[in-house]
Structures are given as C-alpha cells and as structure tokens.
Design a protein around this ligand. Sequence first.
Ligand SMILES: NC(=O)c1ccc[n+]([C@@H]2O[C@H](COP(=O)([O-])OP(=O)(O)OC[C@H]3O[C@@H](n4cnc5c(N)ncnc54)[C@H](OP(=O)(O)O)[C@@H]3O)[C@@H](O)[C@H]2O)c1
Length: 229
Amino acid sequence: MSKTIVITGANRGLGLEFCKQYLAEGHKVYACCRSPESAEELLKLKQEAGGRLEAVPLDVTNAAQLTNLKYTLQGQSVDLLINNAGVSGQRLSFGEVNEQEWMKVLHINTVAPLLVVQELVDLMAADGKILLMTSKMGSIEDNTSGGSYIYRSSKAALNAVGKSLALDLFDRGISVAICHPGWVQTDMGGPNALINTETSIRGLRDVMEQLTIDKSGQFFSYDGSIIPW
Ligand SMILES: NC(=O)c1ccc[n+]([C@@H]2O[C@H](COP(=O)([O-])OP(=O)(O)OC[C@H]3O[C@@H](n4cnc5c(N)ncnc54)[C@H](OP(=O)(O)O)[C@@H]3O)[C@@H](O)[C@H]2O)c1
C-alpha cells in the first residue's frame, strides 16, 4: 500500500537516496530541503515521479518554514517521518572547541529533530513511524578515540531525545527508531567510507519495515543490529 513519507535534508546524500528508493516503491514523498529550486537531482526525480514527489522548502532551524510544512501537509496522514538533515560541524580538537560552532550543530542535529516531530505529530498515522538519523559517533560505549566533542555530543543528545519520544508516543502507537546509517559515501562520509548510499538506505528501509511498537526507542544500525548507548 502506498505510504506518505516526509524526509528532511532530501536534496543530497542519504536523504536523496531515501527519496529515490521510496519513490521506486510507489510511495508519496514530501522531500524537504533548504533550496528546492536549486536541488537539481531532486527536481529530476520530481519530473519522473508522476505527482508523487513534493519538494518543500525547509531549513530545519527555521520555525516559519516548519509551520509552512505543517500547512502543506494538512489533510495527509504521515506514515513515516525521517529526520535525516544533519551536519558534522567543524572538526575542532580539545582546546579549539568554541560555543558558537557547538550551539549551531546542536540546533540542527539535536533541537530541530524534536521540533519537527512536535510540529507534525498530530498529522501522523495511528501506527506512524519516526526515524531519527543519529550516528555511532553518539554512542558513549563505542567512543574509544576521543575528540569530536561537538558532533558526538549532538548525536548522543539526539539519542536521549529519541528514547523519550519513544516513551511519550507509545500510547499513540507511534514508534521511533534511532538509526545509524553506517559509514557512508556522501559529502559527510567522504569517498573512503565503507558503504554506498544504496546499501545504507536499503538496510534502513528494512529496519523501518520491521519496526514495531515493542521495539520502539532502540538504537539500530543499518544492518538491523543494536548499538550500545
Ligand atoms: N555519511 C555518513 O557516514 C553518516 C554516518 C553517520 C550518520 N550520518 C548522518 O546521516 C544524516 C545525513 O548525512 P549525509 O551523509 O547524507 O550528509 P550530507 O551528504 O552532508 O547531507 C546532509 C543533508 O542535511 C542537510 N542539512 C544540513 N543542515 C540543514 C538545515 N539546517 N536544514 C535542512 N537541511 C539541512 C543538507 O542540506 P544542504 O544541501 O542544504 O546543506 C543535506 O541535505 C546526517 O544526520 C548525518 O549526521 C551520516
């Protein structure tokens, strides 16, 4: 059955691959990105999608655009909300970390995903699902190399957000998956990353397909394994 899917950061990398694969499966996709008018690959997909792709302007830190997205979605029942947009921020070592850069990354990676869910939750289907795109870099147990204070803390805090969301939305039947996509060849992952976007997103689609409310709030890798907090 055709589903309605909302994806943030949909113009490139993992977000764009989500769009491609879900469109190929016949679903309706609301592809949110900062500049739809210049998102060439997305616009190409839109031409081929026969009305099943809407490109919506959304900087996830822009409250007015978030409200606009809610109006755009009025009357829809959202089956899957993918909070994918994220940044790695500057790679600052101990001694170099500054407040301004840290706050900017926290805003995009940690605060915005919750605000997106708060804004859209009433439009979600009764058995709707939410994906929060985190990173293994946010696992405290997995941290054996130190550094990356800004990115690690933004994703560790996002994991905490995801766990609370899972508990708070349980009674509504909405389930939440906190997902690591693998180390993926994108602008963020770089060319030496271990897997391509197709493999990562195929895996994450399986994770979401198999997600049930009793598994809500867990930290999944793209291959379905559970990552320690
Ligand atoms: N690639 C990896 O190996 C890897 C590993 C672990 C986790 N992740 C996570 O996976 C997600 C996607 O990463 P990626 O590899 O696809 O990275 P990417 O190629 O750098 O793409 C990042 C996406 O996020 C968007 N974005 C950034 N700030 C935004 C904002 N304020 N509002 C709206 N959109 C914004 C970008 O839009 P613009 O084009 O407008 O900048 C772009 O669409 C991120 O959350 C990342 O932390 C990636």
